[in-house]
Ligand binder design. Structure first.
Ligand code: SF4
Length: 78
């Protein structure tokens, strides 16, 4: 049976979270409503997946590929 006393410790938001709609303001401070450790989701160059204030660039390859040539190219690698 789950003990209600065993709650997950929530850490305060990271500086890069400022402006996100998932911030829950409480008396103890600002916390993320999605993640317990917001700073973890900003480590390195990564961008938080649930961030609402950051637009991520999606690279779309518009280069046309001739399937016949691609097939021949692939045959050459065997
Ligand atoms: S969803 Fe991401 S960016 Fe938004 S508050 Fe939580 S950790 Fe920060």
């Amino acid at each position: 049976m789950a003990n209600k006393e065993n709650k997950i410790a929530r850490l305060a938001i990271d500086d890069r979270c400022e402006g996100c709609n998932n911030i829950a303001a409480t008396e103890e401070g600002n916390f993320c409503s999605k993640y317990a450790d917001p700073a973890f989701h900003w480590e390195g160059d990564q961008i938080c997946a649930f961030a609402t204030h950051v637009k991520r660039e999606v690279k779309v390859n518009t280069k046309k590929l001739n399937p016949l040539k691609a097939s021949k190219r692939y045959q050459g690698h065997k």
